[in-house]
Design a protein around this ligand. Structure first.
Ligand code: ADP
Ligand code: MG
Length: 254
């Protein structure tokens, strides 16, 4: 959106008032995937994926429907188990031909922010509390954090609405705020812009890039949304179960 001020996330950042680091280990936001395979029964979906994502870096993986994008993110997010390979977050090996972390729920809760394709909002909580609950309890502090993100995502006017009263695009923006509210060191976003028009899709990409820069978050976005793919610097295509690099223009964010 040329000429338009980026809709930066108005959040506390290192060195700014209100910032409080919740990270225990500053080096944990680096992702490394080495030779990861996934079979569903006889079906070999991931045939040896190797990637590295540094702190503060956004990696996009694109590919057609059915190419294994969600499978890869779910493996990395400890939602499903890979069949073979190795994955590390920071200096912690989380998978090496088997899980190496005892408490996978704690891993997901403390280190990984998910932004799913479908919003999965809790129907009996209003928008603010859907976001605030993920920051722990819905209290004054977490609601304030939630509102900051809802504002950045341009959905603050729906803060008191119930999920059933929102449009699909609004629900998705609330779900994105929820994925970001804990400032996780890793964000995994599965087709985060699928239900959004191009202006809103670009706003979401800006927010993810801002998160990466301000909080040194390592972000992996999988998508087949042609609107957003050229805006990234590091782009990989997933084809026949492996990833291939493509030079990204990264034109919006350089
Ligand atoms: P994408 O996200 O790129 O659309 P997926 O990772 O969802 O692709 O799926 C990759 C392939 O694996 C597809 O052919 C899909 O049908 C298959 N698949 C996904 N989940 C399962 C499952 N639980 N059991 C068997 N096959 C699956
Ligand atoms: Mg998918």
């Amino acid at each position: 959106m040329p000429g338009k001020e980026p809709s930066a996330v108005r959040v506390a950042a290192p060195g700014r008032p209100g910032w409080k680091s919740t990270r225990k280990d500053e080096s944990m936001s680096l992702i490394e995937i080495r030779d990861v395979h996934k079979w569903y029964g006889e079906f070999h979906v991931l045939k040896g994926i190797s990637e590295r994502v540094e702190k503060g870096e956004v990696l996009v993986i694109c590919g057609p429907s059915g190419s294994g994008k969600s499978t890869l993110l779910k493996c990395l997010g400890a939602v499903i188990e890979p069949t073979a390979g190795r994955m590390t977050l920071g200096d912690e090996v989380i998978y090496a031909d088997g899980w190496k972390v005892r408490d996978l729920r704690a891993l997901r809760r403390d280190k990984i922010g998910f932004v799913f394709q479908a919003p999965y909002l809790i129907p009996f909580l209003d928008v603010t509390d859907n976001v605030a609950m993920l920051a722990g309890v819905a209290n004054g502090e977490s609601r304030a954090k939630a509102l900051e993100l809802l504002t950045a995502l341009d959905v603050q006017h729906r803060a008191r609405a119930m999920p059933s009263q929102l449009s699909g695009g609004e629900q998705q923006r609330v779900a994105i705020a929820r994925g970001l509210v804990n400032r996780p060191p890793v964000i995994l976003a599965d087709e985060p812009t699928a239900p959004l028009d191009s202006e809103r899709a670009m706003a979401v990409i800006r927010i993810l890039n801002d998160m990466a820069r301000k909080f040194e978050t390592a972000i992996i976005v999988v998508t087949h949304d042609e609107k957003i793919i050229p805006t990234f610097k590091r782009i990989y295509h997933i084809r026949d179960g492996v990833t291939h690099e493509e030079a990204g223009e990264g034109r919006e964010f350089e």
